[in-house]
Ligand binder design. Structure first.
Ligand code: ISJ
Length: 384
């Protein structure tokens, strides 16, 4: 066969694969309805395990190795679970809508832009993007009704918690309605033909600079220019047309601005991942069929053992903590507000009781939201 002919056959096969993947998604969505009717959880790891074992043995005689099949199906199953969760949540909360207005940091190509796309593509036919220059502006956009949702980065595996976002949560009336994680692969990006040895300036968001601090220490002769977002950094490079100025951001984002990758993997941690929260004016209820997280803030006072006592309440009710963070309380020097993420649904009996008890022993407590957990741990195939 000629090259063109073979490529034609590949394209035909890919089209069939896409058709089949779309069909599989539809079937998974139908499964979600059936599970809801039968009061069954969305995730069924026993079924996933059986499926993987069977697919691996079916793949073998076809020359498809176990690792390849497993990797592919982890992606397919994750999508299938998240599609089902999004559908059930939309139905339960009446949030199914053809178009959503979403505020996020930066413009097209910023990390928050990709996180927004990832989260809302499953939930709406159209995303009306509202790029903002600061976290404060993003929150304001939703508070004032100019946007329906905000997507905010809250923590990162290299730089830790994003304090500015934590502090905004202390004072907002908005509720956390969702979360997602997104891999953040920092690259040095420049105009085509940029010579790495001649760069004089690096443009990036302060969070990005913190996440790449070790790499940047090695560029001692280079000036760091703080930008509002990665897309702001890309825009500057494109506008300035100066090959000695480069940006740090994601490869896909840089491509939208005609920039080329000079160096990859700049983050301090190899697995550089950010967790984003999604906030809205109205809280949501999480279906029992979906694993939920609840976030609350509390001020315990400064008496000895106050935090221990509060955490013991969670222990007594068998509630596991996903994260504990503390931030200063504005106007009260040396006093700290605790932010607690737990693996629990706000409507669980244990969670209701725990909150009642915490209410009695803390000086202030407020639930910031209960939302589906989007951490879909891949099912591993066990031998035998
Ligand atoms: C589609 C289902 O829901 C989930 C997704 C699965 C899949 O995509 O194959 C398998 C098990 C469940 O965790 C199902 O239960 O069959």
């Amino acid at each position: 066969m000629e090259l063109d002919e073979i490529r034609h056959a590949i394209s035909d096969t890919d089209q069939q694969l896409l058709g089949l993947l779309a069909k599989r998604r539809q079937l998974a969505l139908a499964v979600a309805d059936a599970k809801l009717a039968q009061n069954k959880p969305i995730r069924d790891q026993k079924r996933e395990q059986e499926l993987l074992v069977s697919l691996i043995s079916q793949g073998k005689p076809l020359g498809l190795d176990a690792q390849y099949v497993t990797r592919l199906y982890h992606v397919i199953i994750e999508d299938s679970v998240l599609q089902q969760q999004a559908k059930i949540q939309g139905q339960l909360n009446g949030t199914d809508s053809p178009a959503v207005r979403v505020a996020f940091l930066g413009g097209q190509g910023s990390y928050s832009y990709w996180a927004t796309q990832k989260y809302f593509t499953r939930r709406a036919e159209r995303i009306i993007e509202q790029g903002c220059d600061s976290f404060n502006e993003i929150v304001q956009a939703v508070e004032t009704g100019h946007a329906d949702y905000a997507v905010l980065p809250i923590e990162n595996t290299s730089s830790g918690s994003i304090n500015e976002v934590y502090d905004l949560l202390q004072h907002t009336r908005l509720s956390i309605v969702g979360e997602l994680t997104h891999p953040i692969a920092h690259c040095l990006l420049g105009l085509p033909g940029t010579d790495l040895s001649k760069i004089r300036q690096v443009c990036a968001h302060p969070q990005v600079i913190a996440q790449c601090s070790q790499y940047l220490q090695g560029l001692s002769q280079v000036k760091i220019e703080y930008c509002d977002s990665s897309s702001d950094a890309f825009t500057r490079i494109k506008q300035q047309q100066d090959p000695t100025v480069v940006a740090i951001g994601g490869e896909e984002g840089g491509q939208l601005y005609g920039l080329q990758v000079l160096t990859r993997d700049l983050a301090n941690q190899k697995d550089n991942v950010s967790r984003f929260i999604v906030v809205a004016r109205k809280p949501v209820t999480v279906a029992k069929a979906i694993p939920a997280k609840t976030t609350f803030i509390m001020y315990t006072g400064q008496q000895p053992g106050a935090l221990v006592d509060a955490l013991l309440v969670l222990k007594q009710h068998g509630i596991s903590m996903a994260k504990l963070e503390s931030r200063p309380i504005n106007g009260n020097p040396w006093e700290e507000m605790f932010y607690v993420d737990v693996f629990a649904n706000l409507s669980d009996y244990a969670m209701t009781r725990a909150l009642e008890e915490l209410n009695k022993i803390t000086k202030f407590i407020k639930v910031l939201g209960c939302y589906p957990s989007e951490d879909i741990e891949p099912t591993q195939v066990t031998a035998g």
